[in-house]
Design a protein around this ligand. Structure first.
Ligand SMILES: *Cc1c(COP(=O)(O)O)cnc(C)c1O
Length: 233
């Protein structure tokens, strides 16, 4: 478990790397949201990162996220759900997360829309795309994306903000580049086909091993855990 001062230093270093990657491609670091991924780590480390100025945190399990959110309810944090959401957890998740990254089916989309309508919120979401066709992974296949985007644009209680992907585990950071470029191209072609650009503004891509490459390829949201907190058990 890293000590609290370590968290400040490693968060600083990730922020510097993020800014350097943005500058390499003439982008503004402020246009990129760093989601600090705290899964498996306790509330104390979240608090340390918050003390270092971090506001946005990512978790991949609803239960674990809500427990941390409750333990830290004195802080003004923005929690993102980055993992797969099961339909039976939708009721707990809607309204609790500022952004749900992993929406990947019509069934899930419809349930989120229905629950958001019930509780009177507009839920921000991203659609997760499985670019490599990995059967073990969540995500809508590329071929199914246009119809899912259309449904999300039309759903009155969700606010579609863009796309998310998790490429195959990279051997080296550069192996992820074609996948990140592909997600950007998919977005661009959907916009050419008439999807309003502000519905697809965000691209959530890049983790500890490849977030700088993702930024070079247009990521607006990167999800970084182990580069800040060290390896998870
Ligand atoms: C765990 C996780 C991350 C962070 O992974 P690191 O390699 O530790 O940065 C990012 N995105 C998702 C969806 C995750 O589940």
């Amino acid at each position: 478990m890293p000590s609290l001062p370590d968290v400040t230093a490693s968060l600083d270093s990730v922020r510097r790397r993020l800014a350097a990657a943005a500058h390499r491609v003439n982008r503004l670091p402020s246009d990129i949201t760093l989601v600090v991924v705290t899964k498996t780590f306790g509330p104390d480390l979240v608090r340390a990162a918050a003390a270092a100025g971090q506001r946005v945190f990512g978790e991949n399990r609803v239960q674990e996220a809500l427990a941390k959110r409750d333990a830290l309810s004195d802080l003004p944090l923005d929690w993102h759900l980055i993992g797969h959401l099961q339909t039976n957890k939708v009721r707990k998740a809607v309204g609790a997360f500022g952004l749900i990254h992993g929406v990947d089916s019509h069934e899930l989309l419809e349930k989120i829309n229905r629950v958001a309508g019930d509780v009177g919120v507009k839920q921000r979401i991203l659609l997760q795309v499985d670019l490599a066709g990995e059967t073990t992974k969540s995500g809508v296949p590329e071929a199914g994306l246009p119809a899912l985007v259309q449904a999300a644009v039309e759903a009155p209680h969700v606010d579609l903000a863009g796309l998310m992907t998790i490429p195959p585990r990279p051997d080296e950071p550069e192996s992820s580049r074609p996948w990140f470029a592909r997600l950007r191209q998919l977005r661009d072609s959907l916009v050419v086909q008439g999807v309003p650009a502000d519905r697809l503004k965000d691209l959530s891509m890049g983790m500890s091993g490849d977030f700088e490459i993702a930024i070079e390829e247009g990521a607006t949201i990167v999800r970084v855990g182990s580069a800040i907190f060290g390896a998870r058990d």
